[in-house]
Structures are given as C-alpha cells and as structure tokens.
Design a protein around this ligand. Structure first.
Ligand code: IPT
Length: 962
C-alpha cells in the first residue's frame, strides 16, 4: 500500500528542500541530456486527487495524456488562464492556498548513455510555476518554489545506468504564490527547459567574472573567481592558460556598453570541462549623484519586458527572444527592466551580444497585500526571510556574469520591510559592482537609485531640479537627494498611446539627475484565440470566465501580442532617437546633436531631401563631421531650387552607413524635418454659383446636392454623402476610460448620443448657408454650427464655424465633422502627417509627406477596440476605389482624418477586434482637433496644453468629386 503523499511543502514558506546551492548559469562541453519534449501528464484537481505510486519507476502511465515540456499547461488545453493585476485570485491567508489546487503529474523516461562520465549528475529546472517536487527512480530529490529562478537537485545517488524514470509533481498554488503576484496571467507548469547535467570530478561548479574597466586609463582588469582550480584563456588579450584569479590587466581594452557591446571570447578549463566565456569590461557606479558606466552618465531609453508569446504564454522560443532584442535595437531602445522576474538566460545572452542595459529583477511581488492594508506582507515578516533571500540569491548567482546587467532589482510592488533590506544588503555584499534598485520604498534608504513609477511631468521635473518635497523619514532625505532618478515605469502603453512621451524626454534631456526610464511595457499579453469561423483575436482578462479579473489591463504594450510594432513604439523610437536633427528658425541651418552616451556618429550616414507638396525636388548626402557623444554641429542647409507655389519640407535622416548585427545598412535611426515654405493656396474663386432648387426637395449648388429641408449634403458629383454633421464623440481609448475616467464624464454629458437639429437653411446668390444646433437629450449645453457652402461649378467650399453654447461640463473628445461615403472607396492617398496614426500628444513620429493606405490598413488593431487610426494635419486626401471615381477633400490649411468601415458607436461597443464587422459605408471624420491621449490608464492624463476645451472652432474644406 502507498502512503498518501506528503504535500506539506506546498503551504510551507520555505523556498524548498534538497536543492543545490545557487550558482551561475553557463554552458559547457560537459555532457548533458535535454529533458524537453513530450512528457506523460495527468491533471489532478487538487492535493486530494494525487496518483498513488506516481513516483514509482514501475508505475504504468501508458493511459496518460502527454504534455510538452516546456509549456504552460493552461495554454495546452489543461485548465484556463486567469488574469489579475493586483488582486490575489484566492483569499489572502498566507501561507495557505485553495484546496482546489490544480496539480500536474509529469513523468518521463530517459536513458543514461554508457559513456556518461563519473562525477555528479545535476537535474536542473530553469522554471517551474509555482511549486514542485521531484523523484528520480522513486527517490525523492526534493522540492522547490520560485517560479522564474532555477532550481537544481543532486541526482547522483538516484541515477541508474540505462533507463531512468523522472516524476515531477507541479502545483499551481503554493506559499510561493504569495510572492508572485505580478500583473500577468496566472499560468502553471514546467515552462522553461529541464536538463540533466554531468558535473565531472573536479569541475568548476560556479565562477564569478570580474571585468573592470578604468575609463581614465583605458585599462581592463580581469579576475575570475572559481569554485575549483581552473585555467583561464582569453586569446585576443594574449592570456593563455592563466590563473583565473589574476588579476590580469590589459591596456587599451575596448569596454562594453549597450551602444558598442564589445565582448571578448574566453575559456575556462577545469577537470573534464571547458566553459566558454564572453567577457565585457565595464564599470558601473553611482557617483556625484549620477548613474555612470565607464565614467559617463547614462540616459536610459528603456522598456519593461515581460516574457510573452500569444500562443505559448511565458514559454518563449529563442527566435522570439531574438525578435524582441532586434525590435528593441531597431527602435532605439537601450535598456530593459526584466519586469518582474529574471528572464530566460538566453535573453540575457542576447542583451550581452546585441547591447542592452538590463535591470535584472528578482521574482518577487506581493502587491495584493496592499488591498488588505499590507497586513501580513511577506516583505516585513521574518518567517518569509529565507524565501525572499533565496530568490535574490538565485537571481544574482545565476546572472552575475552578464556584462549587460546594470543593476539588481529586489522585485516589484512588494511594500517595504526588513526582508527587502536584507536582500539589498546581501546583493551588495555579494556583488559590489552593481547598484541595487527597488521602487517600492520611496524613502530609498536601502537602494542606490531613486526610482519611481508614473510620476507625472511636473513631479518628475521637480525631482530633476532636486526640489522634491522631503522624504517621510527626514534622516533619509539627504541620502535620497544624492541619488540619480529613474522612472522604472512610465508612459503606460495601454491601447492608443502613450501620449506625452516627448515632454518626458525633454525633461530627461534637460536635467542630468533624470536618467531616463522604462516605458510600461513591451508587449500586450493577449492570448491568441479563434472565433467559430476561424478569425484570430487576442483574449484578455475575463475571457476565460475568471470571477475576479482586470480585463484588458494586461494588454498594455508597445508591440501587439503578435509583436507587430504599435504606433506607440514608432513614436517612442522617434522620441528617444540618439541623434537629434533640428533646424534654425530661419530655415538656413541644420543642427545635428549626438545624444549617444558613448558612440560617435561615424557609423551613420546623413541624407537630406526637399519635397514640394510631397514631391521630391532635390536630395543628397549631408556631410556631417563625426561627432563625439554629446557634441553638436550646425551646418548650412543645402542649396535648393526656388519654390513655386508649394509647401516645401526639408527632411534630414540619419541612417546606418553599414550593416550592424541588429539592422542593415540604410536602417533609419533619427530624422528631422522642417517646413521651409508654407503654401497659400486655393483662394475662394471670385465667380460663385447660386443655389438652385432641384427635383425631389433637393437643392443644387455646383456639383453638390442638398436636402432642401435639413440643408444636409447628399452628394458631391457622383459620390453620395451621408449624415454630414458636427460631431464630438470618439470611441473612448483605454486612457479615456481608466484612471481619471474622462470617458465617464463624456458619457454623462451625452456626447455619445448627440442629436442635431437644423435651425435654418438659406440659399443665396453666392451659395448656401445652413445653421444647426447639436446637443444631447436632457441637457442645455450645445454646439451651434454654421455651414457656409460655395461653389465655382467644379469645387465645393465649406466653411464651418462651431460655437459652444451653455455650460460645458468637460473637455471634448474631438470636434469636427462626421460623414459617410460609399464603401467602394477603399484607398486613401493623402498629403499630410503620416504614415502612421498620430494624436496631438503622440505626433512626434509623423512626418509631412505623401502617404497611401487602404482603408483597412488605416486601422490600428488595439486588442480592445477603441479610437485609433487618426492621421493629422492632412492637407489633402483622395478617396478612391476600384470602380473609378472618388472624392478629394482639401483642408485649408488642414484637418485630422479617420476613415473606417464602422461607426464610432460600433467601435465603442466592440470588445475584441473580431467584433468589428465592416459595413457597406465608410465613416469619415474630418476634425479640427482631438483631446490628447495621455496615459491616464496608469499615470497622468493629457498635459493641459493637449486638452481640448469647449471653445469656438473653424474648419475650411474644399470637396471635389473625381
Ligand atoms: C505597476 C506595476 O508595477 C506593473 O506591474 C503594472 O501593473 C503597471 O502598474 C500597470 O500596468 S503598479 C501601479 C500601482 C502603478
């Protein structure tokens, strides 16, 4: 008879039992057996439903299903994903967890080859969520917690020649779950690789590479601490078979930094094993209140990165990690905070190789305790000390040899407490070469940088000036005032946005203490799902029937779940460009500033082009002298041909002169644009036609037909026009809906249910004047509009003046015209800002030019549908379709444009992209202005200058049928 298994470890605060001492992750040529692939698997409902004898090597699992390792079982059809941000999805009763504790029983066999060396065998688990116990050939090796830090067991005694049977029991919930309350999907299983490693007699179990760089002398100093005797070679530096401890000094080494990630290949040799090393020389210090690398202050252009794949969750392929790194490099990003746990070691290898500064964060978040007044928070409870320290040790030990790691972070949103102090002290003692980061303690007593999240622009500026109010603890105030400042999270990239990035960047570039930040966050954690008819959409919180969830707050990244860059990423790339290109006010000079921390501009090529109304009239290469980092130069603008009645734009771009490992020659890094000659065009003609009565209650004015009763435009030439009217509504963005919830005020003001009444229609010898009043039911605020129509027979001029009446209770979502057009007009060519979406506070990346998109391609597929796709400052747009004909809309001077196959109301009602069903009309908005976007879903709303107050506006357009 089998005893019921002992599962007390599940609710035990201890980090585990039977585990090996944490050590560095490294590859070596010692044999190993990858244990990934299909395992036998049984899903047990809880601890009362475990399989007796499961660990017995003779157990017959032939009837069991299989499950891939690594994987998250909820994404393999076992149980369901669940999303909460802060709230624990179980009662806060530490260390107890629900009886309903989904448990995966995993089994597999492997064969130990005959030539398996003598020495120890180590079984290594890179990531198991959240708690597990391991048996090899019926011998219990131990158990562990700490989902995203590695766990190793000594398998030596239990290993047998030939056939071996491994059994692993994984529990979704454990005491460890209280430490893993990150804002993400709750997913379980063996989600990172498993390996059996041979540790030959006398091998090096652990080593610590110290590769220091003295920027004042250019000397690199190398010393490698090893746990056993070994030899060190770095052939490139002339070091062969040397004592690793050294210290070895090298004059004139090239240092490592994220812009020029110079790595020296080396090798550690020990008994039975060769370990390849990649050494980066650098020195990180906090000095004079600044965070410096190799003597230079850093400006972090960062992102927070969770590990995410829309099909496989937190199990990522190497290709996916590489894709992230390449996308980041191509978008001028230079730093990653590994929110909120250490990533796969492969990702860190890529950061070393391609060059990204990393804030490596411990797998710790106890945010849900905030909702119970932080009572019982593990961060300040001695009974949890071992568990917290253990996690910190396992990050630092695993990752200490990565040159890309800039700082250690204790975790995220875990309140304050003595255990955090102990973690910081331990990290500093173990690795004096890296500062310690933690945001949750605003007094900053035990950290080396002052870090905050979502501080608004005004507060950030105050901190930049060193004028922030004193800390709660006056004794710590002096310490904090001496620290550099970073925003470890800012600019919440949820849905449309973030707005306000440029203004943050201006602050970072103005105040040396502000050393940049990390946008929240890199990727939308949407889960790919299909509708019954096979269309893909991305699921979010609540889509799996979770009783407690936080909706689409999990979709707040700069790239969509499939890693397509969102407009937010394109904007961020422009805002953080490491070279700024500006123009003198007189348009005669161009200024180039090198904003890199280290690199000079020799790797860039500068090109210029002049365009008249978007047509290239001259172009060439701009001869910019090589600028060291921080330098600037002013050059005369190239000689240009005279302008003939056109708007002239001069654009200068900086691009890669040669291939880089992360992008090809020609890849654009930075650009600047100025308008040299603004055009005055299309004056209202002198000869104007009168309005005449047509058939069927219509009025005719040149090419246009109007309804005589309402004054509504019905057609321009052969193009029928529907519902042209003043409109204020937009489908609220996530930033409109959340935070200060301005969308609630818009709805309360009735802006989504406006009605328009015609006050007067007046035909004259010079056209038609229509007056309307637009207002919601039940309110006495309104917007009065006067439409003045004129025509010379071919074109139709429209002057709209809109004047709010009454007491307006809120800023407006937008103000402009809405109308509908035939759906066959499926392509838009425009001259204006583009090619991407832009709003008034997210417009840096849009440039003046000629652009073309199909109507479908104008839409931005935010995971939860919302206002999107606006093109700004459109001077003229042409809507055409396959059947010929079309409509030209000229702005005098310009307008904002959206064109969709659904109405704003339909966009507002949709919950997933696949809810949007194209109708047979196009819905077009021609706007004077939009309210800014901001990042109120977490952080500040639009800055005051980007708010759209209710006030009089004017819009002048010319319409022409083709
Ligand atoms: C902050 C969290 O650190 C991060 O994980 C994420 O949840 C983000 O918010 C919002 O998406 S915490 C918040 C209280 C500022």
């Amino acid at each position: 008879m089998h005893q019921p298994p002992d599962t007390r470890y599940v609710e035990d605060r201890s980090p585990g039992s039977g585990r090996l001492t944490p050590r560095a992750a490294f590859r070596s040529d010692a044999p190993g057996i990858p244990l990934d692939g299909e395992w036998r698997f049984r899903a047990a409902a809880g601890l009362g439903d475990l399989t007796a004898g499961f660990d017995d090597p003779g157990f017959d699992d032939g009837a069991w299903d299989t499950l891939p390792v690594p994987s998250c079982w909820q994404l393999q059809g076992v149980g369901s994903p669940a999303y909460t941000n802060v709230t624990y999805p179980f009662p806060v009763d530490p260390p107890r967890v629900p009886e309903e504790n989904p448990t995966g029983e995993y089994r597999r066999e492997f064969t130990l080859p005959d030539d398996w060396p003598a020495g120890r065998g180590v079984l290594r688990f890179d990531g198991v969520d959240s708690c597990f116990a391991v048996w090899l050939n019926g011998v219990r090796l131990g158990d562990g917690k700490g989902s995203r830090v590695p766990t190793e067991f000594d398998a030596t005694e239990a290993l047998r020649p030939g056939r071996n049977v491994l059994a692993v029991r994984v529990h979704q919930w454990s005491a460890g779950s209280y430490l893993e309350d990150q804002d993400m999907w709750w997913l379980s299983g063996i989600f990172r690789p498993v390996r059996l490693l041979s540790r030959p007699e006398g091998c090096v179990e652990d080593f610590f590479v110290h590769a220091d760089y003295d920027h004042t002398t250019g000397v690199g100093t190398l010393s490698v601490e090893t746990s056993a005797p070994a030899r060190l070679s770095v052939p490139e530096l002339g070091l062969v078979d040397a004592d690793p401890a050294g210290p070895h000094t090298f004059a004139g080494v090239e240092p490592w930094n994220a812009e020029q990630p110079r790595l020296y290949e080396g090798e550690l040799t020990a008994a039975g094993e060769r370990i390849p090393l990649r050494i980066g020389f650098r020195r990180i210090v906090v000095e004079d209140g600044l965070l410096k690398a190799n003597g230079r202050p850093l400006l972090l252009r960062g992102v927070n990165r969770h590990e995410w794949d829309p099909e496989t969750g937190r199990t990522l392929s190497y290709e996916t990690m590489l894709r992230d790194v390449l996308l980041m490099k191509r978008h001028n990003i230079n730093a990653v905070r590994t929110s909120h746990y250490p990533p796969s070691s492969d990702f860190l290898d890529l950061c070393d190789a391609y060059g990204l500064w990393v804030v490596d964060e411990c797998d710790l978040e106890t945010h849900g305790f905030e909702l119970v007044g932080w009572r019982g928070n593990p961060s300040d409870d001695a009974r949890w000390r071992d568990a917290l320290l253990d996690r910190m040790r396992r990050v630092v030990e695993r990752d200490k040899n990565h040159p890309s790691i800039l700082m250690w972070s204790l975790g995220n949103e875990s309140g304050t407490g003595e255990n955090l102090v102990a973690m910081a002290e331990w990290a500093r003692t173990r690795d004096a070469s890296r500062p310690v980061h933690y945001e949750g303690e605003w007094d900053s007593g035990y950290v080396d940088v002052y870090s905050r999240m979502y501080a608004d622009h005004a507060e950030t500026e105050l901190i930049g000036r060193g004028e922030e109010p004193p800390t709660r603890d006056p004794a710590l105030d002096a310490h904090r005032r001496g620290l550099p400042f970073i925003l470890c999270e800012y600019a919440h990239a949820m849905g449309n946005g973030p707005g306000g990035l440029s203004e943050y960047q201006r602050l970072f570039e103005t105040y040396p203490r502000l050393q940049g930040g990390f946008v929240w966050e890199w990727i939308d954690h949407g889960i790919a799902r299909r509708t019954a008819d096979g269309r893909v959409f991305h699921a979010y919180g609540g889509d799996f029937g979770e009783p407690v969830h936080d909706g689409n707050f999990v979709a707040d990244g700069l790239v969509f779940p499939d890693r397509t860059p969102s407009p937010g990423l394109v904007e961020y790339k422009k805002v953080i460009e490491p070279v700024s290109i500006g123009f003198g006010a007189d348009g005669r000079s161009v200024t180039v500033r090198n904003g890199h921390d280290f690199r000079d501009t020799a790797y860039l090529r500068f090109r210029w082009r002049a365009e008249d109304d978007g047509e290239i009239v001259a172009e060439g290469v701009l001869d910019v002298p090589v600028l060291p980092s921080g330098d600037r130069v002013s050059l005369p603008v190239p000689a240009l041909p005279p302008v003939k009645d056109a708007e002239r734009a001069l654009t200068v771009v900086a691009e890669l002169a040669a291939d880089e490992p992360w992008a090809e020659a020609g890849h654009e890094i930075a650009w600047g644009q100025t308008v040299l000659a603004p055009a005055a065009r299309e004056p209202v003609p002198e000869r104007l036609l009168p309005t005449v009565a047509g058939r069927g209650g219509r009025l005719a004015l040149g090419p246009a037909a109007f309804d005589a009763h309402s004054g509504r435009l019905l057609a321009v030439g052969g193009v029928d026009v529907g519902g042209l009217r003043l409109d204020l509504w937009r489908a609220p963005t996530d930033n409109d809906r959340l935070g200060d919830r301005i969308a609630d005020r818009w709805r309360a003001a009735g802006l989504h249910r406006l009605t328009t009444r015609t006050l007067g229609v007046e035909s004259t010898a010079e056209g038609l004047t229509v007056r309307t009043r637009t207002a919601p039911a039940g309110a006495d605020h309104a917007v009065n509009a006067t439409y003045r129509w004129r025509s010379d027979g071919r074109s139709l001029w429209l002057d709209v003046v809109a004047v709010p009446e009454g007491k307006w209770p809120c800023p407006l979502p937008r103000i402009g015209l809405g109308l509908s057009l035939p759906g066959r007009l499926d392509t838009v060519d425009w001259y204006g800002l583009g090619p991407g979406e832009a709003y008034r506070d997210s417009t840096a990346a849009a440039r003046l030019g000629r652009h073309r998109r199909t109507v479908d391609a104008l839409q931005t597929p935010y995971v939860r549908p919302q206002e999107n796709g606006n093109r700004r400052a459109v001077r003229r747009a042409l809507l055409t379709g396959a059947g010929g004909g079309g409509l030209e809309i000229v702005g005098l001077p310009s307008y904002d444009l959206t064109v969709r196959r659904w109405t704003s109301a339909e966009l507002d009602a949709a919950r997933h992209t696949t809810d949007l069903v194209p109708g047979d009309r196009l819905h077009v908005n021609l706007d004077v202005a939009h309210h800014g976007i901001g990042t109120a879903s977490c952080g500040p709303g639009p800055l005051p200058q980007h708010a759209l107050g209710a006030g009089p506006v004017a819009l002048r357009l010319v319409l022409r049928a083709l």
